[in-house]
Design a protein around this ligand. Structure first.
Ligand code: DC
Length: 229
C-alpha cells in the first residue's frame, strides 16, 4: 500500500488523538500529536517565567525558541510521549496550568512557524497521521486524507473531565467546560491558522460513535484512497 498523509483536525477533546493513534497503529504509520508540541512550548514558557498573569513576554519567548527541542518516543504501552529538551513531560503538559495558556502561546506567529517547519519535515516520507488544528489547512494542504472531527461541547467536556479525574487532578466540571469553550473560541478566531474545516475534509461527528466504529469508518476511506493511487 502506498503510504499517505492523514491530517486530523478538529475541536478540543473530540477524540482526535484516539482515532489518530489507532489509525497509525493499524497502518504502521508514525503518529504525531501537534497539540503536544504547542503544549511543550507553553510549558517551557511557564517554566522560564515568560507568562505573568495574562501577559506574555513574547519577545523573550521568541528569542528563546531555538533552545527548545521537542521530540517524541513510543512508550511501552505504545502511547507517544513528548519530550522537552529530552525530558518526558507528557503529564505536565496535560494539566490545567498549561491548558489555560496554550491557546495564547499557539496564537504567536513565530511559535507557529517554528513548529510548522518541524511538522512538515516529519511528513517527507509520508506514512504519517498528524493531529492538530491546522494540519489539513496549513501544514499539509495536500494531505491525501483530511478528517475534521467534531462532537457536542457537553460530551467533549465530560470526556476531558473524566480524563483529568482519572489522572488524579482536582478539577470541577464547569471550569473544564469553560476552558474547552474558551479554547474553541480562540482556536477558531485567531488571526493565524485558525481552526477551519477545509472544503476537501471529511467530517466525523463522533458524539455517538465508539472508537472502533470510527476506526472502521476511517479505514474504509483510507482503503478507497490508497487503492486509487
Ligand atoms: O490538541 P490540544 O488540545 O492538545 O491542543 C492544545 C492547544 O494547541 C489548543 O488550544 C490549540 C493549539 N493547537 C494549535 O493551535 N495548532 C495545532 N496544530 C495543534 C494545537
Amino acid at each position: 500500500m502506498i503510504p499517505i498523509i492523514i491530517a486530523v483536525d478538529g475541536y478540543s477533546s473530540t477524540g482526535k488523538s484516539t482515532i489518530a493513534k489507532s489509525l497509525a497503529k493499524v497502518l504502521g504509520y508514525t503518529y504525531i500529536d501537534t497539540g503536544a508540541m504547542y503544549r511543550a512550548v507553553s510549558l517551557h514558557a511557564l517554566r522560564q517565567g515568560y507568562l505573568m498573569g495574562s501577559d506574555i513576554n513574547v519577545e523573550s519567548l521568541i528569542a528563546d525558541l531555538k533552545s527548545i527541542e521537542i521530540s517524541f518516543f513510543l512508550a511501552t504501552d505504545s502511547n507517544s510521549v513528548v519530550c522537552l529538551n529530552e525530558e518526558p513531560v507528557e503529564s505536565e503538559i496535560r494539566g490545567m496550568e498549561v491548558s489555560n495558556c496554550v491557546s495564547r502561546i499557539s496564537a504567536i506567529p513565530q511559535v507557529r512557524a517554528f513548529l510548522v517547519a518541524q511538522q512538515q519535515m516529519m511528513g517527507v516520507k509520508k506514512g504519517l497521521v498528524m493531529d492538530g488544528r491546522d494540519i489539513g489547512s496549513v501544514v499539509f494542504p495536500k494531505a491525501e486524507l483530511k478528517l475534521f472531527m467534531t462532537a457536542s461541547e457537553e460530551i467533549r467536556a465530560r470526556r476531558r473531565y473524566d480524563e483529568l479525574l482519572a489522572k488524579g487532578d482536582d478539577v470541577d466540571f464547569d471550569s473544564v467546560r469553560s476552558n474547552i469553550a474558551e479554547r474553541d473560541y480562540r482556536d477558531t478566531h485567531r488571526e493565524i491558522a485558525p481552526l477551519i474545516q477545509t472544503d476537501d475534509a471529511i467530517v466525523l461527528d463522533n458524539s455517538n460513535l465508539s472508537p472502533q466504529e470510527q476506526l472502521d469508518w476511517v479505514l474504509k476511506k483510507v482503503n478507497q484512497i490508497t487503492s486509487n493511487l
